[in-house]
Write a protein that binds this ligand. Structure first.
Ligand code: SF4
Ligand code: SF4
Length: 134
């Protein structure tokens, strides 16, 4: 199985080897999509976990036991092709390259797999072509 999750943790946990434990003890493949970690502040991380269902469940249980708040990434972003004018503004702000210009057509393409649902394109699109769906 493969799932995207959001982790939120207190400053005291930011130096804990939680990723190492997920890989070593729960045999999960971890793909960090976005991380905001500061030793003196609360941190957050968006990651994709791949592995056996039981290992995923045990890994999440471990995270919760050490004090990490775990949420499944259940939102998704869609691009309304009828509204999009291919202006390219969103390709500059997307932090993970999920929106990019196709060449030579110069059309803006949206890669839903890369998207970490940060919502920036929804905020910045002048045509309101990007939308969060729950
Ligand atoms: S900012 Fe909006 S209109 Fe411009 S390319 Fe992106 S989705 Fe299309
Ligand atoms: S929500 Fe928009 S800006 Fe954020 S990762 Fe997804 S496509 Fe990129």
């Amino acid at each position: 199985m493969n799932k995207k999750i959001v982790l939120r943790f207190k400053a005291t946990l930011s130096e804990q080897p939680i990723i190492y434990r997920l890989v070593k003890d729960y045999d999960l493949m971890v793909n960090i999509l976005k991380a905001d970690i500061n030793p003196r502040r609360e941190g957050s991380m968006v990651m994709e976990l791949t592995g056996e269902t039981e290992n995923f469940e045990n890994g999440v249980k471990y995270l919760e036991e050490v004090g990490v708040v775990v949420e499944l990434l259940s939102q998704t972003v869609i691009k309304n092709h009828e509204l999009c004018t291919d202006c390219g503004a969103c390709t500059v702000i997307c932090p993970v390259g999920a929106l990019f210009l196709e060449r030579p057509s110069m059309e803006v393409t949206f890669d839903n797999v890369k998207c970490v649902v940060c919502g920036l394109c929804v905020q910045y699109c002048p045509m309101k072509a990007m939308e969060v769906k729950f």
